[in-house]
Design a protein around this ligand. Sequence first.
Ligand SMILES: Cc1ncc(COP(=O)(O)O)c(C=O)c1O
Length: 343
Amino acid sequence: MTALEMLEGLPRLDLRGFVSPVQRLERFSETIGVEVWCKRDDIGSVGLAGNKVRKLEVELAHALACGATHLVAEGSRLSNATRAVAAAAAALGLKCTLLLCHDEPHEPVGNLMLDGLFGADLRFVGNVNWLELAEHAEIVVRELERSGERVYRLPIGCASERSCLGFALAYGELRYQMRAHGRSVGTIVHASSSGGTHAGLVLGNALHGFESQIRGIVVAEDVYPDVAGTYLSFARGGARLIDAEVELTRDHINISEAYLGEGYGLPAAGIYEAIDLLATKEGLLVDPVYSGKAAAAIIDLAARNELKGPVVFWHTGGYHALFDPRYAKRIWSAIERLSGVEL
Ligand SMILES: Cc1ncc(COP(=O)(O)O)c(C=O)c1O
């Protein structure tokens, strides 16, 4: 059996129910002078979730096979990953505990609101770093296990060797769709933090002969002590799980912190222009925490003539920050057309 056949045959759940479309962004492309398509992982799926669902389809098939009764996940209060886990747990009839860090927001907005609605047990651990958060999660896992639960713990961003296989599969899906449109995949640009998306796309690309460039736009600082090395270890580990004989090195990990701006969830150059341009030219929404930074990167890289086309903007989802009053106010005042409007 080939590695691609093993990948196709992986046990996985269907938490999306459909294949997300890829759409040509005509007016956006015309404006920035590069042919851009959008892979719409922002739509459909369990619990309004975006890219995390592909990871969970593979990871939670394994969790169920292990007899899990309770999912434990960790992340910031803004996290889309924890929300996706909470939604998937509800859909699968599993219990769920979330460990949430960062002090803001204190109001039930965005993902925090949804985490609660999906019935997860929420534990707030304050302003800790990612390593401390993981330690808190370990303590909760042991506590739940002592009470008789069979716990399956999902790491930060649900990123793992296994879960990245969901994105290795996704690469093949996109390639097939683009071929149906008579187009190849020159470059994929996506928002990146915990690395499962990037690792999986890199592995998928490797399985198809390294025909595309995969560019991850980093949206969170210091997720790991060695970010590129950790991404690489996910991709290599995923390759081992499907017996793929591909040589993956650090050179295959292509990530940039140039668009992180002031940090995770904080403003970055070009982000409001990107939100505005996609909304007005395409009716497409990107958020200021994740996909907006990837979109800002596309605009900038196109201006520098650094993108090999056709470009696919992998829309990883995450609208909810748009409805968080803090972000909504920033966006409204940053867009000239809106800032003058008397409310
Ligand atoms: C909307 C959105 N885009 C992109 C990412 C980054 O994906 P990954 O964690 O796989 O690097 C995340 C997760 O943090 C996300 O929620």
